[in-house]
Each structure stands twice: as C-alpha cells, then as structure tokens.
Design a protein around this ligand. Structure first.
Ligand code: ADP
Ligand code: MG
Length: 694
C-alpha cells in the first residue's frame, strides 16, 4: 500500500518509527510537527573524506602525527571496566579494530558505558589522539553506535549527527528524518521570488541538509552557508520580518495623543540648553517632534555612541510634553543613574526643575508617599526613576511620554506594565551601547530609529593603551600625572570577591583598594560596588562627583551614564573579563570634558580581542565585532528575553539576509498577503514565539 504524502503540519506521531515515549521526548524538545522535526538540522556532519583507517594513525616522536580531531570507524574487540586505585574512578577501556590496525579507547567515570558497549558493536569514533602507556589512544572520545544492519547512512560521504533527546538517541533520528523526508508533501512556496531565486525549494533544501550529496561543500555545510541553509533561514527571517512589519503597521493605525507644539515653544526649549545641539541631536529631536505631533503613537529607538548626547534629546522631548501640560517619565537602569539624570535635568531646567520628581525603590516611606502624590496629582511633570516606576502604587495624572534609558536591561513584561499606566503613551527607547543594525532589527524590530552619529564638538580624543600586568606601573604613572594636574581617575575592578575560577587568578576589589592606597597614599579614594546600600552608594558617588575624592574605584556599576567631566583617566584591571562593548562603554566615562583623556587596560590575555579598542573609537564597529565574537545572547550581557528563537537562521551569520527579508516584507505587506500566506505566517509566528518580542 503506498502512503499518501503528508503535509508538513502533520503531527510527528504519524511516522511509523515513533513510539509514545520517543514522541514525548520530541514534544519536550518542542518538536510536534514534521516541519519541526525536519527543521531541526544535524548539529554536525562527519565527513567520510576525513575518515582515517586505524593503520594509518602513527606517532611522530612522542606526539601523535595527526593533531586535531580524527574520525575512525571500527568494531569493538574488547570492553572492560575497572576502578582506579587512587581516586576510585571508573575506567572503561575498549579496543577498536578495522582490519588495518587497532586503537585503545578510554572513558573516565562513565560506568553506564560498561552496560551499553558490546564486543562486536560497530562504532564511529571521533576525538583528539593522545599518547598513553600503550601508545596512541583516544581519551573520552565521542562516538556513534552504527546500525549493525549495514551502517545506514554511511553509504554516503556525509553522516549527519543529531543530538540525543531524552530516550531518543541521535541515530534514531536519522531513520525518523528519512521517513519524514520520504513522505512529506512539498509545501507551497511562500517566499517572495526576490528572496527565493537561486535557492532550492524548502523540501529540496531539507533533503540537501539531512542527507547531503557527496559533492557538497564540506566547509559550507559545517558553517551553515549553503544555498539550502539560506533557503531555510530566509523562510524564518522572512516570517519574522513580516510579523514585525505587520505589528508596525498596526501601531501606525493606533491613535496617539497629539502633543501640540509651536515654533515659539521649540525656541523656548532650546533656550534652556547650555550649548548648541549637534546636527545629529537636532535631526533626532526633529524626528521625535514629528512623531509626537503626528497623531500616532511614537515608538522610537534612539541610538548613539557613548557620549553622543542622548540624554539631552530625551530631556528636550520630555520638556515638550511637560510644557504642554503632560507628564513624561524617564526610566533609568540604576539608582545612581536616575539620581544623576535628575540632577543634570534640574541644572538645565533651572526654576522649571521644581516640576521634576525622583522616584527610587530605596526611598524612605514618607518621602516615597510624597513623591507618589506629586506624580498622581500631575504636579510632577518630569518623573525620573528606576524600575520602581513599574510598581502598582504608581499612578500618573497624564503620562504622555516614557523614555527608557538603556532599554535592553528591561524586560518586555516591565515595559507592558508601564504601558498600562498611561493609556498609550509615546515611547522613546535609548540604547546605551550601539547595537549592530541586524540585531537592533531583531530585538527592536518595529521601532523607528534615530541615530546620533556625531559627537558634541570640542571632545579630545581618548588615548587607549593595553598593558600587561607586569607593566602596570606605566598605567599608575599616567594616573599620577593626571591626578597631579587636579584631574580625577576611575579604576575598574571586575569582581567584588576573590576568585580563582578562570585561567588567570583574579585580583578582587579589596586587593585593588589596598594597592591604590599604597601607590597613592595622599589621594582621596572612594570605592563603590553593587552590594552597597543605595544611600551609601549615592554618598560615595556624590563625593567623587563633587571632586572631594581623586579616585573612584568601582565595579561595572559605573558602566553606564556616569558623567564626571573632570575625570581624565580610567584604568581597567583584568580587561579580559569584559566584553568589547562593555569596555567601550566604560571608556566613555572619560573624555567627557575638554581635556585629553586616557583609557588604560591591564590584561595578560586575549590581547588580540582587546586590541580592537586600541584600533577604533567607533562604537558601532566595536559592537559588530563583539557580536561576532560572543553571539547575540551574550552581547547584551544579560539573557535577552526578546530575542527570536530561530532553528536555522543565525542573527550574526545571516545578518544581510535579515536586512533583505525586511525589505521584502515591507513590499509584500504593501501588496497585501494572500489568505494562505496569512495562515502560514500565523503558524510561523507561534513556532518562533514571535509574539513575545517588542
Ligand atoms: P550619552 O549619549 O552617552 O548618554 P550624554 O547624554 O551623557 O551622552 O552626553 C555626554 C556629555 O556631552 C554630557 O556631559 C552632556 O552634557 C554633553 N553634551 C550633550 N550634548 C552636547 C552638545 N550639543 N554640546 C556640548 N556638549 C554636549
Ligand atoms: Mg546616557
């Protein structure tokens, strides 16, 4: 009986090779349909082209002649287990033979191997060779037990390997996938022709990746850069881009409060300012004014390099709202920053500053009650605070604008909470760190963007140096010189606690404090870190800001925003412990005045990576490099709740594809989606969990 072809939406349970326990394991891993199963690609391919016969493995002197991973295939001749006398480890030893020679395999502390490995098993083994008492051996190698019935899958050059899912071994997936590929009905082609041209259709792409033909490009296959990968990645990215475009279109239809403006008002706002706006600030503010007066809800991302003057643009926007009777709220990631924003706003606003209210979690009860009352009555038209603003007790009289500083530290849920407090306020998001375009699109997809690509005039360049710890004296020498001229210095330490994890022993902040007191006995020193109580932290910061202390020793609590123009030197200890964007952000704490400044990193490792900072001051380039090195999740330093979950697409590798998909999505939306396309989109959105984003 020939079986009818199955649509990809069919449940995996239609496959004959799947019992209930294994189906449950798949479901656990999020695989419910044939589509889910097929889009979950092998994690690796074994290239038979690189398969070695055991007889060809040799020693060169005391070392294996083949460095790196070798792949061998053979039959187990002997399996035995023993316990080591000293540490009581279970040792599993086996001998692999392939007719040309034999090789010893050893595993440590994996007692179950004694039960699973049997003499006569065919094993595909890969690992790095080492030299033991009996010559060459593989220690703790990875392996696949091959099907006794003729090495299924091994007739081809590439063997796909799948991860184990609970009771479903990787190699059982091969059979399931083969059945699914054999029975799947070719799906309709949803991709616009401009994306699909020169690419295989989806089903062919899946075949090419689960069962690569012998002439495939091994490297491209391994790196996910074949046309087949592009096809599948495009499907995911296009669905994502289309969803984002639709959400944006929906927002454009939402009515927003019109903030009235006049030339006279804008003139007055500018007269507050202690300096002329840069061209970029002017342009960004113009874009914001357009949004606020458009009758639609503003949802804008303000990007700019460290020190480009985002805060001032935020203040102007809040002033525009305040001047017309509404309330604006600025949300800062830390209390230090919230206080600092409030102070600088008050300074600029002069007597208007009476309308400003600070709200912090650490406030005393009476103080907080008074603050809440002023916010609820509308007397406070500028509200500055931390996540305390999300709390339920906070009510606004007329919240019209929310400005979020350093957006990526706030989760989607928190943003939603604030949205509910004020009908549908306008929304201005500022990212402290420049974000590469593709990632900004993925995380802030439906936001309009303004970019401050110009620094305020008169900035002195910052000299950046990287010193080995042995040469730290050079950094202290520079610091001594700056302090002697009456300037101030930051010293950044990566850790509050002594720690010996990691390769380099870590100097903690107490050790650094002792060192600094010894080197600079006559200079006032303040120490701040995340474990201080809020008021103690504020007091210590205050003394440094007012110039009463020459040195501020800190953890990364000072990473964002802290603005002390008289500080002209920063020394970062153990620079290797920080991400590039984070270091760039730290560097932005100096060079804020008009004097030449110095950024000095101490590190004995990762010199090549850290050298990026010596080479460039361009935050966007540094961010791109950081993203490539660490991937999107780590890039943000915290787990980003809002990153879409793609199975094939990779936001770093496929960034240009994402930008093309975005353009295609806009065009598709302009022409209107077919019913079938909408259905497909809805399914994809659920699968990629796109609803949780932005
Ligand atoms: P960031 O974009 O990193 O948040 P800030 O808003 O903190 O930057 O601004 C950095 C510094 O530049 C502050 O000291 C601010 O007062 C100053 N500044 C901002 N705009 C201008 C301008 N147009 N001209 C001169 N200085 C400016
Ligand atoms: Mg800032």
């Amino acid at each position: 009986m020939s079986l009818a072809p199955l649509p990809l939406v069919s449940k995996v349970t239609v496959l004959r090779g799947l019992g209930p326990a294994r189906a449950a394991a798949l479901q656990e891993a999020g695989i419910e349909s044939l589509r889910d199963l097929l889009w979950s690609l092998p994690y690796r391919y074994v290239d038979r082209g690189s398969l070695r016969s055991l007889g060809s493995l040799a020693l060169r002197g005391m070392e294996p002649a083949d460095p790196g991973i070798v792949t061998v295939l053979g039959t187990l001749q002997d399996v035995r287990q023993s316990t080591t006398r000293v540490q009581h480890m279970t040792l599993t030893e086996a001998l692999l033979e392939d007719g040309t020679g034999s090789l010893r395999l050893i595993w440590f502390n994996q007692p179950y191997l004694g039960r699973t490995l049997k003499v006569g098993d065919r094993l595909l083994v890969f690992g790095a060779l080492s030299v033991g008492r009996h010559g060459l051996e593989l220690r703790s190698p990875q392996f696949e037990v091959m099907d006794a019935a003729g090495d299924t899958g091994w007739v081809r050059r590439f063997l796909p390997l799948y991860r184990r899912m609970g009771p479903l071994p990787g190699r059982a997936r091969q059979a399931l996938v083969a059945e699914a590929l054999g029975r799947a009905h070719p799906p309709e082609d949803w991709l616009p022709i401009e994306l699909a041209k020169d690419l295989p259709d989806a089903l062919s792409a899946l075949r090419l990746l689960h069962d690569p033909p012998d002439d495939s490009d091994a490297l491209a296959l391994e790196e996910g850069r074949t046309p087949a990968h592009h096809r599948l990645a495009s499907e995911e990215l296009f669905a994502f881009a289309l969803g984002v475009a639709m959400r944006r279109a929906g927002r454009m239809r939402r009515k927003g409060r019109v903030v009235t403006t006049s030339a006279e008002l804008r003139e007055r706002l500018h007269s507050f300012l202690p300096f002329r706006l840069t061209g970029a600030q002017r342009k960004a503010f113009r874009e914001i004014v357009q949004d606020l007066t458009s009758g639609r809800v503003m949802n804008r991302l303000l990007q700019g390099d460290v020190g480009s003057g985002k805060t001032l643009v935020a203040l102007l926007s809040m002033a525009m709202v305040a001047e017309t009777g509404g309330q604006g709220a600025l949300l800062a990631p830390t209390e230090v920053l919230a206080r600092q924003h409030a102070e600088s706003f008050r300074r600029i606003l002069g007597k208007e500053g009476d309308a400003l209210q600070l709200l912090l979690g650490g406030m005393k009860a009476a103080e907080k009650r008074a603050a809440l009352a002023r916010i609820a009555s509308g007397e406070a038209r500028y509200v500055v605070g931390t996540h305390a603003l999300f709390q339920e007790a906070v009510t606004f009289q007329q919240l019209q604008l929310v400005v979020v500083d350093e957006q990526h530290r706030f989760g989607v849920k928190q943003r939603e909470a604030l949205k509910e407090k004020g009908g549908d306020p306008h929304w201005l998001v500022m990212s402290a760190t420049p974000i590469p375009r593709s990632l900004a699109l993925a995380v802030f997809g439906d936001l309009d963007q303004s970019v401050l690509d110009e620094l305020p005039p008169g900035r002195q360049p910052i000299t950046t140096r990287l010193h080995k710890p042995e040469l730290a004296e050079r950094a202290w020498e520079r610091m001594r010189g700056e302090l002697a001229q009456g300037h101030q210095a930051f010293v950044v330490s990566p850790s509050i606690d002594p720690s010996d994890e990691g390769k380099v022993p870590l100097r903690d902040i107490q050790a650094m404090e002792a060192l600094l007191r010894a080197i600079f006995p006559d200079v006032g020193l303040e120490v701040v870190h995340g474990r201080l109580k809020a008021d103690e932290m504020a007091a210590r910061m205050g003394r440094f800001v007012r110039g009463e202390a020459g040195i501020l020793l800190a953890t990364t609590v000072i990473e964002v925003g802290v603005d002390v123009p008289n500080a002209t030197v920063m020394v970062v200890d153990h620079a290797e412990r920080f991400g590039l964007s984070q270091l760039h952000q730290l560097r932005g704490r100096v060079g804020r005045g008009t004097r030449a400044s110095h950024f000095l990193m101490l590190s004995g490792s990762e010199t090549e990576r850290l050298h990026t900072l010596v080479e460039t001051q361009d935050g966007f380039r540094i961010a791109q490099r950081d993203l490539e090195l660490r991937g999107p999740g780590e890039f943000f330093g915290v787990k980003q709740a809002g990153l879409p979950r793609f199975q094939v697409a990779d936001l770093v590798r496929d960034r240009s594809l994402l930008l093309r998909c975005r353009e295609a999505a806009d065009r598709t939306l302009a022409h209107g989606l077919s019913d079938a396309q909408s259905d497909w989109l809805k399914r994809e959105q659920t699968r990629l969990k796109l609803a949780e984003i932005s």
